[in-house]
Design a protein around this ligand. Structure first.
Ligand code: SAH
Ligand code: F3S
Length: 480
């Protein structure tokens, strides 16, 4: 039996791609292993959004040098954005690597590995499928209960934000037909999935392929409505990441009307300064963002927003940065991914230089973190005593609270409608995975909530057989 091991770096898109890589390999007779010395193929699914992510990959590959010396037949492959960005040059730079494969070439992976095993020199395949885009289908995992799954609705990006390498590494926008999307969602839900996250670089710009409908602001909301209507068994429908430019009145209306949508959206803003938003080529002003954020927040009581922010973009002054801090407060984000600007090849911002010192970037990042943490804590603290619906995703990595005898209880974690992490303890013998249950929040941790079920766990949540639990594995994800 051939075996593979995958290490994933970066975003949800990569996590999703890694699952598709697993499926392609499984169809070719491979089985997964977590022991490198047993693997015939070790694959790194990479990220190149920031330079740090590239460093991580280089050091991860380096750790396999002794193994490759001992077992030269082990094939090392690099997939994802770094493979696409560097192409064959990466094969020269990383002498241990045998195969490079771009995001659109995943189905060709087994053949490339076979060629290398048959004696071919290192091979690179990084060609976009622009003329005939294909979207790899997620297949439900048999015998395992997977609560949350991703479905790609578009790939590539035409926005060209001046800091971002993604348009280069993922290519031009390509859209998937609604019929295919709905069919994949339905198949996953029939296989037991409860929550779907629609994926795309600007997911809410989705429109039916071939229909020049950028002026029709209702296509993505119409897709959400179609999924909600045609797949009634779906309990939660998320999407990531939307671009503020495409937050339209009909999208807000969908949030008001469709119960399957959560009361939370991750809406990247990047900066609170109009001067910088312009230099970033974000194509909205601060006031536009605030207006759209307010519209979403008004769609449902308690609606929350999270965001992405870059500090230290070329030319960012203290004044610009203060604008970002005041925006964070004004919008009331409950969490944020905050990054130091990292100059990337093939991006328009390169010509602006990188004139904010590392020291100032670090200092701004920590001030921003403090502000975000304060808001997150206030948000979580305010939820203590309230009731919330939780979709349980599985056993918690945390142990049950100390006062209870450990053997008598089990802790499960899930997400509330607002995407807050919630832990609850239940008597041993129950498995809440995949159930939506109401919890009363009893305590706020730094980044999560602890609660108790408002009713006894339902009989259907009696724990399944041990073999079934053992089959539930998660991919290792290394942050970028
Ligand atoms: N539209 C994509 C964005 C991908 S990049 C999505 O679906 O999320 C994710 C985030 O990384 C961006 O929102 C931005 O905040 C950050 N980022 C991108 N390029 C960067 C760079 N050169 N330096 C620092 N942060 C960057
Ligand atoms: Fe990047 Fe902007 Fe597209 S952040 S992925 S160029 S929307």
């Amino acid at each position: 039996m051939k075996r593979f091991l995958i290490q994933t770096f970066g975003c949800q898109m990569n996590v999703h791609d890694s699952r598709r890589i697993e499926e392609v390999l499984a169809a070719d007779g491979y089985a997964p292993t977590d022991q490198p010395e047993l693997a015939d193929l070790i694959l790194f699914n990479t990220c190149s959004v920031r330079e740090k992510a590239e460093h991580k990959l280089r050091s991860a590959v380096g750790t396999f040098r002794p193994l490759k010396r001992q077992r030269p037949d082990t094939v090392l492959a690099v997939a994802g954005c770094m493979a696409q960005e560097h192409g064959e040059a990466l094969l020269e730079e990383l002498d241990l690597v045998d195969v490079l494969i771009g995001p659109d070439n995943i189905p060709e992976l087994p053949a490339l590995v076979r060629s290398v095993q048959g004696g071919a020199p290192p091979l690179a395949r990084t060609v976009f499928d622009l003329d005939d885009p294909s979207f790899l289908h997620a297949t439900p995992r048999t015998g395992q209960r997977e609560v949350c799954s991703f479905v790609t609705v578009m790939k590539g990006c035409d926005e060209r934000c001046s800091f971002c390498i993604v348009p280069h590494t993922r290519g031009a926008e390509r859209y998937r037909p609604a019929d295919d999307i709905v069919a994949e969602v339905a198949a996953l839900v029939a296989g037991g999935v409860r929550e779907i996250t629609l994926l795309g670089q600007t997911v809410n710009s989705w429109h039916e392929p071939g229909q020049q409908s950028h002026d029709d602001e209702s296509q993505f909301p119409a897709l959400l409505r179609r999924i909600a209507t045609e797949v009634p068994g779906l309990l939660r429908l998320r999407y990531t990441s939307p671009h503020p430019r495409h937050v339209t009145p009909s999208l807000v209306a969908a949030h008001r009307e469709l119960e399957v949508l959560p009361a939370h959206v991750h809406l990247p803003v990047q900066s609170g300064s109009d001067r910088l938003l312009k230099r970033m080529i974000r194509r909205y002003r601060r006031a536009d963002y605030v207006e759209r954020a307010r519209a979403l927040q008004g769609a449902r009581p308690g609606f929350t927003l999270s965001t992405d922010i870059i500090v230290g973009f070329p030319g960012e002054t203290e004044q610009d940065f203060l604008q970002t801090l005041t925006l964070v407060e004004e919008v009331g984000f409950v969490s944020a991914f905050c990054f130091k600007y990292s100059p990337r090849p093939y991006t328009p911002a390169l010509k602006l230089g990188d004139d904010v010192s590392e020291e100032v970037k670090s200092e701004r990042l920590s001030r921003l973190f403090e502000q975000v943490e304060r808001q997150q804590q206030a948000h979580l603290d305010a939820l203590v005593g309230t009731r919330t619906r939780v979709l349980f995703e599985g056993p918690s990595k945390q142990s049950p609270v100390a006062e209870l005898p450990a053997a008598a209880t089990a802790r499960f974690s899930g997400r509330s409608d607002r995407h807050d992490i919630v832990h609850v303890d239940v008597p041993a013998g129950f498995d809440l995975t995949g159930h939506v249950l109401e919890a009363r929040v009893t305590h706020a941790n730094r980044h999560s909530l602890v609660g108790e079920l408002t009713a006894a766990p339902p009989e259907e949540a009696r724990a399944p057989a041990v073999e079934e639990l053992a089959g539930r594995t998660r991919l290792p994800v290394l942050g970028s």
